[in-house]
Write a new protein. Structure first.
Length: 337
């Protein structure tokens, strides 16, 4: 075992101080990488340095949710991973800005990372780009699609802001072997062509993982928090405005003559049935919770006012039809004269 570690250290030492190969014959990307990987004894099982630093950038590409009331969000993003591998340094007199290494992705050492605290993976990992620069810098871009189970306060639904946390963590290498770092410039940003469907991002936060994520031990980990809001216009047009219209419609019976029984009964009963139908149709798409929510309060207040208008009609109609005591009527008539 000691011999193996000694060989690795010797290999790294000799490669660090060796001059990078020079290519002056207009070699293609493939030819240069073939020389660097296949003819120079490159071993992808050995990490570039004793402590390899990986710089992370995340570019949000797509955000979606099944419906307005869901706490499940689907996020698609590009994950940029940048590190230094001095074994792949080269010199070509500036003919190549970088080498396209997509055809050699299976022969280059890549950091093994995975996503923590998510619901499920939407799509398998897809390699989008692998660039090798002259100084040995490697930029690897992969596309990931994940489904996140978010945290929301349904007591104040639909005025809550769901919070969706997830993390990027090293799989096998501990923090004394590989460390993840956020990029200093634009570590987390949204694409100019960001597509959103029932998902409205209002805030985001990044940082290193705390005790909430580091459940496996000393593995380097970075966390991301996405904060969404809900489309208030949808709820105003579907819940609050219809409720206001039905309540004010029920109040119309106050201006009708107390003797117009059919019209007042029709208005009271119709508004109550319409409100119940509208509420039930809307609630069929909402999550079932046992706690009192803001929508429960709204429904209760609306039903109270509609029922009060119907109760007012019953009381007024009863007093209107109540027979008058003859003695009282005679007394009132005499006093009036």
């Amino acid at each position: 075992m000691r011999t193996f570690h000694a060989l690795i250290m010797c290999y790294l030492f000799t490669n660090c101080f060796a001059e990078p190969p020079v290519f002056i014959n207009d070699e293609s990307d493939k030819e240069i990488l073939d020389t660097l990987l296949l003819k120079s004894g490159y071993d992808k099982r050995i990490r570039p340095e004793a402590l390899t630093n990986i710089t992370i950038n995340v570019l949000l590409h797509s955000l979606s949710s099944p419906d307005e009331s869901s706490l499940n969000y689907e996020v698609e993003f590009l994950l940029y991973r940048t590190w230094m591998d001095e074994r792949l340094m080269y010199e070509d007199a500036g003919r190549h800005r970088y080498l396209n290494g997509m055809s050699h992705v299976d022969h280059i050492w890549l950091p093994n990372t995975y996503i923590v605290k998510h619901g499920s993976l939407k799509d398998p990992l897809v390699d989008m780009s692998l660039r090798v620069y002259r100084n040995g810098t490697i930029v690897h871009i992969i596309r990931r699609g994940i489904s996140i189970n978010c945290q929301g306060n349904l007591k104040i639904f639909p005025f809550d802001n769901p919070k969706c946390p997830f993390a990027i963590e090293s799989v096998a290498l501990e923090d004394n072997e590989m460390q993840l770092h956020w990029a200093e410039i634009s570590p987390l940003e949204s694409a100019t062509s960001l597509q959103s469907f029932n998902a409205y991002l209002i805030n985001s936060d990044i940082g290193e993982c705390g005790d909430l994520f580091t459940w496996r031990g000393k593995f380097s980990c970075l966390h991301i928090l996405l904060v969404f809001t809900r489309d208030k216009n949808y709820y105003f047009s579907s819940v609050f405005v219809p409720g206001i219209i039905l309540v004010t419609s029920a109040f119309i019976s106050f201006w009708l003559d107390k003797g117009v029984v059919p019209a007042r009964v029709m208005i009271g009963v119709t508004t109550m049935l319409s409100f119940c139908t509208t509420t039930n149709n809307f609630r069929s798409s909402l999550p079932v919770v046992s706690n009192l929510t803001a929508l429960n309060m709204w429904d209760g207040v609306c039903m109270f006012f509609i029922y009060s208008s119907l109760l007012e009609f019953v009381i007024v109609n009863y007093l209107y039809r109540k027979p008058v005591n003859p003695e009282t009527e005679t007394f009132l008539c005499c006093n009036s004269k």
